[in-house]
Design a binder for this molecule. Structure first.
Ligand code: 6PG
Length: 241
């Protein structure tokens, strides 16, 4: 097994959220102790929401050194922040409004701007690689807003680009593979039986054509955290990581 890739399987989506939150907390404490800063990119969609809610509750609300934590997003839909499709808008309600975190530490993608302008602006806000990037997985193998067959997958220079697609099929901003793969640690959180086929395709059949299959940190580590349903088609030897 690739030494830089690990797989952790937990029983339920709640256990998945707790695993993600505890990983985040451990890394935030270590990183802020070492360099007064922890830079993380959150993923969108529904899977991370239980984890996000945990961030807004004790122990995480009071134990994570939020003053040193800088929150970015791996992708965003170009919709109003009040839309149910806004990753930032959901995060605000799920936990941001409950945190004592400096407003300058929160870096939403500017989905309200013309997409190309928003992509260029956000890129300027990113000063280097991330300590941690959370990613989700679509059943078609997309991650962030990098969709199969899209030209954004071939981007080699830019760190943030504007795309169109997904569900909802709207304009989006997304981090690119060059930026994602600069991270110290990339963590996929994947839950549900509807992801089992694509999880097997990537983790067991080695399908590196799919966007999520092309996430491979250059010098960092890659962790897949799956619940039983998402891991249900993996052979035991694969699941051992
Ligand atoms: C997005 C997400 C996307 C998501 C997957 C899985 O903004 O659409 O970043 O990549 O992680 O589509 O979504 P679910 O967690 O809702 O299954």
């Amino acid at each position: 097994m690739d030494k830089k890739r690990d797989i952790i399987i937990v029983k339920t989506s709640e256990a998945l959220a707790e695993k993600g939150a505890s990983l985040f907390s451990e890394m935030a404490l270590a990183s802020t102790a070492e360099k007064d800063r922890f830079t993380v990119a959150l993923s969108g969609g529904s899977t991370p929401r239980k984890m996000h809610v945990m961030f807004g509750q004790d122990p995480y609300r009071s134990s994570i050194p939020w003053n040193g934590v800088h929150l970015f997003w791996g992708d965003e839909r170009c919709v109003p922040e009040t839309s149910r499709w806004s990753n930032y808008g959901l995060a605000k309600g799920d936990f941001l409004e409950r945190l004592d975190i400096p407003v300058e530490n929160i870096h939403p993608m500017p989905g309200h701007l013309p997409p190309e302008e928003g992509a260029s602006l956000y890129e300027k806000e990113i000063t280097g690689g991330f300590d941690l990037v959370f990613l989700g997985l679509g059943s078609d193998g997309h991650t962030a807003s990098l969709f199969p067959g899209h030209t954004a997958l071939e981007e080699r220079r830019r760190w943030v680009v504007a795309v169109r697609g997904g569900r909802p099929d709207v304009h989006r901003l997304t981090m690119t593979l060059p930026l994602i793969n600069r991270a110290e640690k990339v963590v996929f959180l994947v839950s549900g039986a509807e992801k089992a086929e694509v999880v097997k395709s990537i983790l067991e059949d080695g399908n590196s054509d799919l966007p999520a299959g092309r996430v491979s940190p250059v010098s960092g580590t890659l962790l897949w955290v799956l619940d039983w349903e998402a891991a249900s088609l993996l052979k035991k030897e694969t699941a051992r990581g």
